[in-house]
Unconditional design. Structure first.
Length: 357
């Protein structure tokens, strides 16, 4: 698809539609909760009109930037429209049917409601929880089937636009290896979940060897269905803990990681960054995306606090005050750069080349 005024209008209309759908879903589901389970309604801070204006402004800046990056060829324009629409439409009723059990868990403060067959010994303890009060945590096909839709609703249809902010720094970082064939580049997406970031990378770097790692076999099964059903290069999916990646030292040219850090305790966060550095070849690039933090987005402090109160996010308060730049530097990275887009902070960092003597 070419970038034309008409395709820009189509993109803007699509985004507006997703925003309206996300807002309407949240409004209706809150009303339903007030009616059916009033005791579970979380006590949040009121959102001021200034904050709402700021949220709207930064969301439209994100969408403008998303369009510009596509127009400038960072990624194909048709990526802006690519989503499993039919799948999502058929799964949407399940999101509603799932709500009552979410309310029950919130009311009972039950955050360890996981499938009986869960083999607890193969997961770190911090992982064995119902993040976002999600049914089965990350540990079932049911949870994996609903996850992308739930994230899209949470971010009013901007989740992929936020993920795509990784692509420009990723491509810039890979220029270090521009003397190599594109098919010699290996890119790992850590905590890939259902693989939505990899889908964006697959279209942007069609020749690169892509690998996704995650602790959840169910999420990887879903990723496999969405990533490996076409003639595109096969994506390799590996079940593993991001704190102990099963890859040799220096073997990858780029690593990405989206929406993981805020779900980890501080020491695990550091372990993951250390691992990302270990597996990268010197000169390789790490690009991270996660929630904005208090230091870079103080104007959103009420929104960040409300997020923590509405969803079970046990490490979020610690994360939003954490110094990720220092952690990256402690892990061995340099050339650290950070920027915010709507609710997402993007960090890029380079693994230094050895000093020649
Ligand atoms: C919020 S989701 C983000 C998924 C995906 N990156 C995205 O863009 O939507 C967090 C993911 O991190 C995975 N995860 C959490 N802790 C992990 C760990 N220690 N090692 C590997 N994966 C982990 C979960 O299974 C889940 O798929």
């Amino acid at each position: 698809m070419a970038s034309t005024p008409l395709s820009k209008l189509a993109y803007q209309t699509l985004q507006q539609g997703k925003t309206i759908a996300g807002l309407a879903h949240k409004e209706l589901s809150t009303k339903l909760m007030e009616l059916m389970a009033p005791e579970t309604v979380p006590k949040t801070e009121p959102v001021s009109s200034e904050l709402l204006d700021e949220l709207r402004r930064s969301m439209s800046a994100l969408q403008e930037r998303d369009w510009q990056d596509a127009e400038e060829g960072v990624y194909p324009v048709d990526l802006l429209f690519k989503a499993p629409w039919l799948d999502w439409a058929s799964r949407y009723p399940l999101v509603w049917l799932d709500l009552p059990s979410t309310w029950d868990r919130r009311r009972d403060r039950n955050v360890r409601d996981l499938p009986d067959e869960t083999e607890a010994s193969i997961y770190p303890d911090y992982y064995l929880q119902n993040f976002h009060h999600q049914t089965d945590g990350y540990l079932s096909d049911h949870s994996a089937a609903l996850y992308d839709l739930q994230v899209e609703i949470l971010f009013n249809g901007t989740a992929d636009a936020m993920r795509r902010r990784l692509l420009a720094p990723l491509k810039r970082g890979l220029r270090h290896f521009s003397d190599r064939s594109p098919s010699a580049l290996r890119v790992l997406d850590v905590a890939t979940g259902t693989g939505r970031m990899l889908q964006q990378i697959q279209r942007t770097l069609p020749h690169a060897e892509l690998i996704g790692a995650d602790l959840s076999a169910a999420y990887l099964r879903q990723a496999n269905r969405w990533l490996n059903d076409s003639n595109d290069h096969l994506v390799q999916l590996v079940r593993s803990n991001a704190e102990q990646l099963p890859f040799k030292d220096h073997g990858l040219q780029a690593v990405t990681c989206v929406f993981l850090l805020h779900e980890l305790p501080g020491d695990a966060r550091q372990n993951v960054l250390n691992e990302c550095c270990r597996v990268l070849e010197p000169g390789g690039v790490l690009v991270l995306a996660d929630s904005v933090q208090l230091a870079d987005s103080p104007q959103f402090d009420t929104a960040l606090d409300n997020f923590r109160k509405v969803f079970h996010e046990p490490y979020y308060r610690d994360y939003i005050s954490d110094d990720i730049e220092t952690r990256l530097s402690d892990a061995g990275f340099d050339g650290i750069h950070a920027e915010s887009h709507f609710m997402t902070r993007i960090w890029s960092a380079k693994k230094p080349l050895p000093i020649e003597v």
